[in-house]
Design a protein around this ligand. Structure first.
Ligand code: NAD
Length: 429
């Protein structure tokens, strides 16, 4: 009898956290993870919700809600980004925190998984308000974060400046005798205050390295391949620039403001400058406008969702012309859409591997801060490539051994590593 597919009767509406849980349980079954380890890993260790007031420029106070979910720390301190977006919810942050545990385990870095966020739109606030929101959130988190305990990083809507405000607030409110340790309470900082060279582009660089590995499996290279990207923020814009430098042709880009198309390829640097100035891709003079529905139909070899979760659904999956979908975002393909894509012969390269470059270089930043070192960007990239390729090798070997999808293989590698550590350490007391 074929194994029961837990996603058989699910729909695109399956909440993100539930989809992550179902995936976890189905791979736990596949590798025979025992009940106690399954029990531990099936819920976050800590869930923190903070409500805090912030003074707005017009003299009023507004209450904000923030989250920090610490999923698991058996492999090392909790690690994961903070998201500033109106869609941030407990469900979303719990799913993203679990993905961080599995991602760190897959790429073999000594970190656990966490995620945080604040439910608001940064674009609706002045720089002064933004700074007060970030600092008040950090204060509310208090000793729940720390340089050896839980280290946030940037995610959707947050950036290096937000990390510096978090670090400064933490440093000024903690009474640790090791004052310089406070620097590494966050990663993804600006270079001047202790960030790592290569961190800003790291997720995009990791996407490029993992894609290179994937193509090499069948003797292909990225040169002359056509690409579309959804999301032109940190991850999307760096991925586009790196792939274009390797000879890829960027044909279409979509974001929250619209979509643009250029059959012969658009200039990813000019588009990045446009987005910086205008806040989105809409109106970019170096390309034609495109409807959101047509964006997914653009004839390309590689489609790279690099925005939010649940963007490729059963509605648009049948239209996707690309033969490779690269999950640069977390959870961009619903389980239902993934089944449609796989049935159509589309290769789906899973988020756990593809966007791990960010947390890997965050780990390098943390190590450099600890040792008071500053590595050249060539060294950062060399080490990043080594870890990405080693993880990709393990994923493929596991996929071939288990005869499963790439996503299930990524989970299997991660769960196997977590199981080994739980077996050796035992469960206290
Ligand atoms: P970002 O804030 O820099 O960019 C987000 C992009 O998504 C923007 O271009 C925005 O316009 C677009 N977007 C937002 N809402 C949209 C919508 N409804 N429809 C279409 N586009 C929309 O964020 P980022 O850091 O680039 O993160 C993007 C994804 O990559 C997220 O899933 C994030 O979790 C994941 N990720 C980020 C990192 C990192 O280092 N920043 C690391 C790993 C994974």
């Amino acid at each position: 009898m074929p194994p029961i597919d837990p996603f058989d009767d699910t729909s695109d509406d399956l909440p993100f956290y539930e989809a992550t849980q179902l995936r976890f349980h189905s791979v736990a079954e596949l590798i025979g993870l025992d009940d106690s380890h399954r029990e531990i890993l099936s819920a976050p260790k800590n869930e923190l919700i903070v409500n805090f007031p912030v003074l707005l420029d017009d003299g009023r106070y507004r209450r904000f809600t923030g989250y920090r979910i610490q999923h698991n720390n058996i492999l090392g301190p909790f690690k994961g980004g903070v998201r500033f977006h109106p869609s941030v919810s407990l469900d979303e942050v719990k799913a993203l925190a679990a993905l961080m545990t599995f991602k760190c385990a897959l790429v073999d870095i000594p970190f656990g998984g966490a995620k945080g966020g604040i439910t608001f739109s940064p674009a609706d606030h002045s720089r002064g308000e933004l700074e007060r929101i970030v600092r008040r959130f950090t204060h509310a988190l208090g000793a729940n974060i720390g340089p050896e305990h839980d280290m946030p990083a940037p995610d959707v809507g947050s950036d290096a400046q937000a990390m510096v405000w978090m670090m400064d607030t933490y440093a000024n409110s903690s009474h640790s005798p090791d004052r310089t340790a406070a620097r590494r309470v966050v990663t993804g900082k600006t270079i001047e205050v202790g960030g790592s060279l290569g961190r800003e582009k790291a997720t995009g660089q990791g996407v490029a390295f993992a894609l290179e590995h994937h193509l090499a499996e069948t003797g292909r290279i990225v040169r002359d391949m056509t690409v579309s990207l959804q999301g032109y923020g940190n991850v999307g814009s760096h991925t586009a620039r790196i792939l274009a430098a390797d000879g890829a042709v960027i044909r279409a880009v979509a974001d929250h403001t619209g979509a643009v198309f250029a059959g012969d390829g658009l200039d990813p640097h000019k588009l990045a400058a446009w987005v910086h100035e205008h806040g989105g891709v809409a109106g970019f003079s170096g390309a034609e406008p495109l409807s959101a529905a047509d964006f997914w139909r653009v004839d390309v070899d590689i489609c790279i969702p690099a925005a939010l979760e649940r963007q490729i659904t059963s509605t648009n999956a049948p239209d996707i012309a690309a033969s490779i979908v690269v999950e640069a975002a977390n959870g961009p393909v619903t389980p239902t859409a993934e089944r449609i894509l796989l049935e159509r012969g589309v290769e789906v390269l899973p988020d756990l591997l593809m966007n791990a470059g960010g947390v890997i270089v965050s780990y390098f930043e943390w190590v450099q801060n600890k040792a008071s070192e500053k590595w050249p960007v060539t060294e950062v990239d060399r080490r990043l490539r080594t870890l990405m390729w080693a993880a990709a090798d393990r994923l493929l070997e596991t996929r071939d051994r288990l005869g499963c999808t790439r996503r299930d293989a990524a989970y299997a590698v991660a769960l196997d590593r977590l199981r080994t550590v739980y077996e050796q350490r035992g469960i206290f007391p």
